[in-house]
Ligand binder design. Structure first.
Ligand code: FAD
Length: 470
């Protein structure tokens, strides 16, 4: 006998977008059903993304930091690594968070259904669960079905040595020779982890720079550090062939520059991190009349509404930067609009952070973009080599860069490289949202000696009023 349920709001997908929307809608008094195919809530971010990767990166960064201590007369023997314990430690963090989410859902009376959901009619989602088929009738739906890693046709993805980010986070072993295909944020973060654990890393990127599209000054500062750590960084190069042999994964490189140091190489493992595809094409959205583009993205307006007025979409599946903090903010908008509140997703910026070592963070206008689009700007750059704090922690490779409007002197963008750049960028996001100008930032007293002081100093540099150096 088919089971039936009805909800004022049905949320499809339990990642950062989905659970945030479900919780917000429930807090606003709506009856909510949340559909998730996996046994835990949290989606990619909590289970196989942001959280486990950062838990491992913290360990990796401490391993690297111990090397800097030799300058202070302290040397360590090489670390002994127990991968089973490391994996268990990471899994414990994830479990704590996903269990917490389950509790929060219960507290709010959000009904969580485990199963794969698909639209069956304009107001109905069918769920294939372990208990059989379930029909969820809804007044409003929020699609939050997220994204998955892109695979390259013809590559031996079925071989366990060819990994995606989920596989790499499982820490199967510490490969001696590891190739990272794709020099984007996810690839470079995993490179930081495995390099600290002892793998020899090659990174191959099709575009002429790492983290394509990111401000070059920022990328160069990162590159300076990782060039010394990794075996090779191959730019303007693509992998043309990959084959699984018993001795390893054989890879052929192809690029503009045939004098490149390597045409072919063999690896113990390969991580393919060339981007992610939205899951929009897998939910039979057309059954409800929701338009999905050829890539699987679902278009929405600033209220997060799809082309169908009672169906909303949020997170990775709607395009834009595929980031958890974008998904959660969009989620609140969707829930509030459904509850009749005048909400709008209209941020001035969505900050980006690569939690590499050093970290790279940016927000607002980048200098690259300003040049491309002929947008006038003034800039203030403060090199961390002049920061007493950066010197004290033996990390002077960083830089803080602010862009201002030449007329109003208001902040337009910021980029920061160095340890904790991801924490530091927050101040500049608030400055942008509040319309702060150079003087606001320069005259705000930042504590000394800190790394956040470099933000005040960069503003003073732009203002031409820097008097006190460290
Ligand atoms: P997802 O998290 O993808 O969740 C979608 C959920 O829907 C999944 O749980 C899925 O199982 C479920 N689902 C899909 N289809 C169905 C269906 N038909 N029926 C039932 N359930 C379904 N972002 C950051 O901001 N900071 C970071 O540091 C960061 N690090 C990352 C590191 C890695 C290795 C990866 C891969 C990603 C990282 N991201 C990071 C990106 C971040 O994880 C995503 O932007 C975020 O998870 C998107 O949230 P979402 O809710 O849109 O989708």
């Amino acid at each position: 006998s088919a089971k039936e349920l009805s909800a004022q709001v049905a949320v499809l997908g339990g990642g950062p977008g989905g659970y945030t929307a479900a919780f917000r809608a429930a807090d606003l008094g709506l009856r909510v059903v949340l559909i998730e195919r996996y046994p835990t809530l949290g989606g990619v971010c909590l289970n196989v993304g942001c959280i486990p990767s950062k838990a491992l990166l913290h360990t990796a960064i401490i391993i690297e930091e111990t090397k800097h201590l030799s300058a202070m007369g302290v040397t360590f023997t090489p670390p002994e690594i127990d991968l089973d314990k490391m994996r268990a430690g990471k899994n414990k963090v994830v479990k704590k968070l996903t269990t917490g989410l389950a509790g929060m859902a219960k507290q709010r009376g959000v009904q969580v259904i485990q199963g794969t959901g698909r639209f069956e009619a304009p107001n109905r989602i069918g769920v294939d669960s372990r208990e059989g088929h379930l029909a969820v009738h809804f007044d409003h739906a929020i699609i939050a079905c997220g994204s998955r890693p892109i695979r390259i046709p013809g590559f031996p993805h079925e071989d366990p040595r060819v990994m995606d980010s989920t596989d790499a986070l499982e820490l199967p072993d510490i490969p001696e020779r590891l190739l990272i295909v794709g020099g984007g944020i996810i690839g470079l973060e995993m490179a930081s982890v495995y390099s600290a654990l002892g793998s020899a890393i090659d990174v191959v990127e099709m575009k002429p720079q790492l983290m394509p599209g990111t401000d070059l000054d920022l990328v160069r500062a990162l590159e300076k550090v990782i060039k010394k750590r990794y075996k090779r960084i191959l730019l303007d190069t693509k992998v043309s062939e990959m084959s699984a042999k018993s001795s390893g994964i054989q890879v052929r490189f192809e690029g503009k520059d045939n004098s490149r140091p390597v045409q072919e190489a063999e690896y113990d493992r390969v991580l393919v991190a060339i981007g992610r595809l939205p899951n929009g094409a897998q939910i039979d959205a057309e059954q409800a009349g929701v338009k999905v583009d050829q890539h699987g993205f679902i278009k929405v307006d600033a209220h997060m509404r799809t082309n169908v007025p009672n169906i909303f979409a949020i997170g990775d599946v709607v395009g834009g930067p595929m980031l958890a903090h974008k998904a959660t903010h969009e989620a609140k908008v969707a829930a509030e609009v459904i509850a009749g509140e005048p909400a709008l997703f209209d941020p001035l910026t969505i900050p980006s952070v690569a939690y590499t070592d050093p970290e790279v963070a940016w927000m607002g206008l980048t200098e690259t973009e300003a040049k491309e689009k002929n947008i006038p700007y003034e800039k203030g750059v403060f090199p961390w080599a002049a920061s007493g704090r950066a010197l004290g922690i033996h990390r002077d490779e960083g830089l803080t860069k602010l862009l201002f409007d030449p007329e109003t002197k208001r902040i337009l963008g910021a980029g920061i490289v160095g340890p904790n750049a991801g924490e530091l960028i927050g101040e500049t996001v608030l400055a942008l949202e509040m319309g702060s100008d150079m003087e606001d930032i320069g005259l705000s007293i930042h504590p000394h000696p800190t790394l956040n002081e470099t933000i005040g100093l960069a503003a003073e540099m732009a203002h031409g009023s820097i008097t006190d150096l460290l």
